[in-house]
Design a protein around this ligand. Structure first.
Ligand code: UT7
Length: 321
């Protein structure tokens, strides 16, 4: 039997942190007290104007490859989860492949599932590996959400940031990903969306992120609890045997409510959003990598990763690390 295991992790946050007070200094009508009490976010990173998602992804990927002890040429599949690609096409994954110096490589493509994107990409990569068609995949979440924020909308612009996280997922005789579940319900698309596009050289519609925060909050708490239980049930595992819950890093109150529903104490929940905000598809691999590099998440630990985002989409995976 072929399984898929995480062999290495990496992440990257661009530039210097931008604090909540820095946003106030930039003229946004907000306060550190409001942002921290409503979201738990204290600072975020914003990519320079000439830096694209593929640039952030490349650094995270190089760190994951180094941690996995392999070479870029050993990668035969690249999947990038992003909603802020460099271009309409080619895919960000193809650009990352090029920036890693891989020539005549395996498949490279993007998945677009907004904040659930990394879980979607991980699950797709696992299926490629378990089918025997690929041996070593780079699964990346990379976003420059600062590009799609309306900086005059204080209800959204203070919540998001830029960054990238990556894992090398490789074929193994030992189980790594024990169970995964993906879901979507497109009827909820109006509560979190960027309802615009580019056509005939012009922006058509609204090119900025729009969100009904309270509707998103309620939806997120419900589905994150449900989908975590779904993967635990699928593997016949109790929540008490999970060492770390690594949820999408959007809002500390959503994370706390989800952990409570699952009966997982906050000491076993990885939270990193305080210093990078909501980085959409990048948030889960960023949190994963930070936990690994801090020595908290170690080989042999059992984890649940889970995400929810625009679409609406949501998903989870139960993993032996
Ligand atoms: O990947 C999923 C991404 N989305 C999320 O995770 C968002 C989920 N939702 C939330 O986290 C919360 O709904 C928010 C943090 C977005 C908002 O918190 P809330 O408690 O739902 O606040 P609200 O939208 O009901 O606004 C309360 C007040 C309003 O003022 P009034 O009308 O009561 O006078 C807003 O105008 O807070 C005001 N407000 C702000 N004040 C200071 C909204 N944004 C800000 C701000 N600074 N940045």
């Amino acid at each position: 039997m072929i399984y898929a295991r995480i062999a290495g992790t990496g992440s990257y946050l661009p530039g210097e942190p931008v604090s909540n007070d820095d946003l106030v200094k930039r003229g946004i009508d907000t306060s550190d007290e409001w942002i921290v009490s409503r979201s738990g976010i204290r600072s975020r990173h914003l990519a320079a104007a000439d830096t694209g998602a593929s640039d952030l992804a490349r650094v995270a990927a190089e760190r994951a490859i180094e941690a996995a002890g392999c070479e870029a040429e050993d990668i035969d599949l690249i999947i990038v989860a992003t909603s802020t690609p460099d271009y309409i096409f080619p895919s960000t994954a193809a650009l990352v492949q090029s920036k890693l110096g891989i020539r005549n490589g395996g498949a490279a493509f993007d998945v677009q599932a907004v904040c659930s994107g990394f879980i979607y990409a991980l699950s797709v990569a696992e299926k490629f590996i378990r089918s025997g068609s690929n041996k070593r995949a780079l699964v990346i979440g990379a976003e420059v959400f600062s590009r799609i924020l309306d900086w005059s909308d204080r209800g959204t612009c203070v919540l998001f940031g830029d960054g990238a996280g990556a894992v090398v997922l490789e074929a193994s005789e030992r189980p790594g990903i024990l169970a995964s579940a993906l879901h979507a319900d497109g009827s909820h698309h109006p509560i979190l969306c960027v309802p615009g596009t580019v056509a005939s050289g012009q922006v058509i519609g609204d090119p900025f992120l729009r969100m009904d925060g309270q509707a998103v909050f309620k939806f997120a708490v419900k589905v994150l609890g449900d989908v975590a239980n779904e993967v635990l049930d699928a593997a016949g595992v109790q929540a008490s045997s999970v060492d770390w819950l690594i949820p999408h890093q959007a809002n500390i109150r959503i994370i706390q409510a989800t952990a409570k529903r699952l009966g997982v104490p906050m000491e076993r929940v990885v939270t990193t959003l305080d210093h990078h905000g909501n980085t959409s598809a990048a948030s889960i691999p960023l949190a994963l990598d930070e936990a690994v590099r801090a020595g908290r998440l170690r080989p042999g630990h059992r984890i649940v990763v889970e995400g929810v985002g625009g679409g609406f989409t949501w998903g989870a995976a139960l993993i032996d690390f």
